[in-house]
Design a protein around this ligand. Structure first.
Ligand code: PMP
Length: 456
């Protein structure tokens, strides 16, 4: 084909010269070029341009919930593109795919959340949620309610406001983009539930409840290390929010659309948010998309008092093609009972992890909620003593997994060595077992490499 680049070497050079990769080491890229150039996806597998096939145990970026290569989604996109690829949803313009998708999302969202603002991804969704929450308070005559409480280890994205809500300081430092009016409470990781909840109360009291717009949390913290909260945690935080009149935003960007074994993560604890953000799994990554669902109270306030233009809108808010793909994606999730499969496979994955913990010498906590899971590597499982950061143990295990054909992701903030798992929701028992065997083998290999012996 004319213009085709025949050699992977050329692609490496072009990549180094012209492609600034997101969340990446620029120097490593300049030294080595990209390690993997993927060409094809099929089910839970990705194949690179050298013909090697890998299990995509992260659903790429926690998002390819339906797995790769679903032609139904491609067909819907083609049909919609040929009919009406794009038209505006600003002002008085509308179109059928976005209208039908808004109705569908309202029907599956928590009770009382029935109106949707669409975006192109997660960061835009969280920035939008903060602005809508402030807008609500402004309409209610309390414009001084501006502060957002999030938590340490939270990841809410990299737009201006979502960077500030993110509780991993490395993301603020990159460009000094920490905005005023963002505060972070403790999270229930290595802190008891009581301590974590008390920390939210303390932050509210310190800042002054009358200055606070909203509290935001991921049901399970993803990029912070797959941190699953204790069962009563979110109900207690919801009570606190009610006590102080603070809006509760659920960031369901990873946890939405079946990931944790329910359609949305907060359903595990019957906690009702006032706003809910989503992205990723809404289209399984086949096309960029996201949004915010708001409560009837917020929507009613807007209907009643937002008299002028709502000065907030992305070109692609409600993109017709993306909306059509999202509708089909949700249809498939429901028809194939993928939330239920996620719950079932997540339990099997946990059993596998527990076996690895029992039979090796460097696995501490293992956990899953649906198909969101983590294996923590520690120097001494009896005390949870961590490895020295310079041993780079998580990195070694990740590399051993690549060698065995599994793509996972490490979390090493705060000197942790956490291996995260988030495979496509279509995964079956045999594939789970294969993945677990490979993880076991990789852990054993690294254990041998670093010469770790079980303490007597
Ligand atoms: N919130 C959470 C919980 C996320 O995991 C992410 C992405 N990893 C985002 C927000 C940001 O989404 P995006 O990268 O689509 O902007």
């Amino acid at each position: 084909m004319e213009g085709e680049i025949p050699l992977s070497k050329n692609l490496n050079e072009l990549d180094q010269k012209h492609f600034i990769h997101p969340t990446s080491s620029i120097q490593q890229q300049q030294e080595h070029g990209p390690a993997y150039i993927f060409e094809k996806g099929d089910g839970i597998y990705l194949t690179d341009n050298k013909g090697e096939t890998y299990i995509d145990a992260m659903s790429s970026l926690w998002n390819v919930n339906l797995g790769h290569g679903r032609s139904e989604l491609a067909e819907v996109a083609k049909e919609q593109m040929e009919k009406l690829a794009f038209s505006s949803a600003f002002s008085t313009f509308s179109h059928k795919p976005a209208i039908l998708l808004a109705e569908k999302i309202a029907s599956i969202a928590p009770k009382g959340l029935n109106a949707v603002f669409f975006t192109s991804g997660g960061s835009e969704s969280n920035d939008t949620a903060f602005k809508l929450a402030r807008h609500y308070w402004k309409l209610k005559g309390k414009p001084e309610r501006r502060k957002i409480i999030s938590r340490k280890k939270a990841y809410h994205g990299v737009a201006a406001a979502s960077t500030s809500a993110t509780g991993i300081p490395q993301f603020w430092d990159m460009a000094g983009t920490f905005m005023p009016d963002f505060v972070h409470a403790e999270t229930p990781y290595e802190k008891g539930t009581t301590e974590a909840i008390e920390s939210v109360r303390q932050v509210i009291e310190q800042e002054g409840p009358e200055t606070i717009t909203a509290f935001i949390a991921e049901p399970v913290q993803g990029a912070g290390g797959v941190i699953i909260p204790p069962d009563d945690y979110f109900q207690e935080v919801r009570k606190l929010c009610d006590e102080y009149g603070i809006l509760f935003i659920a960031d369901e960007i990873i946890t939405g659309f079946g990931r944790t074994g329910k359609m949305f993560g907060m359903e595990h604890w019957n906690v009702q948010p006032d706003l809910m953000t989503f992205a990723k799994g809404v289209t399984s990554g086949y096309i960029p998309f996201g949004g915010v669902v708001v409560s009837d109270e917020i929507h009613d306030m807007m209907k009643e008092r937002s008299t002028g233009t709502l000065f907030h809108g992305f070109t692609y808010s409600g993109h017709p093609t993306a909306s059509a793909v999202a509708l089909k994606n949700i249809d498939i999730l429901e028809n194939e009972n993928l939330a239920a499969n996620s719950q079932k496979m997540g339990k099997r994955l946990l059993q596998g992890f527990e076996r690895i913990k029992k039979d090796t010498n460097m696995v501490g906590d293992v956990r899953t909620l649906g198909l969101l899971g983590a294996v923590e590597l520690v120097k001494d499982p009896s005390t949870n003593e961590r490895f020295p950061a310079e041993w780079k143990v998580a990195g070694k295990v990740i590399n051993a997994l690549y060698d065995r054909g599994v793509i996972c992701r490490p979390v090493t903030f705060d000197s942790t060595d956490i291996i995260c798992f988030s495979p496509p929701l279509i995964i079956n028992e045999e594939q789970i077992d294969t993945m677990v065997e490979k993880v076991y083998d990789a852990v054993l290999a690294v254990e041998k490499e670093i010469g770790l012996k079980r303490s007597p």
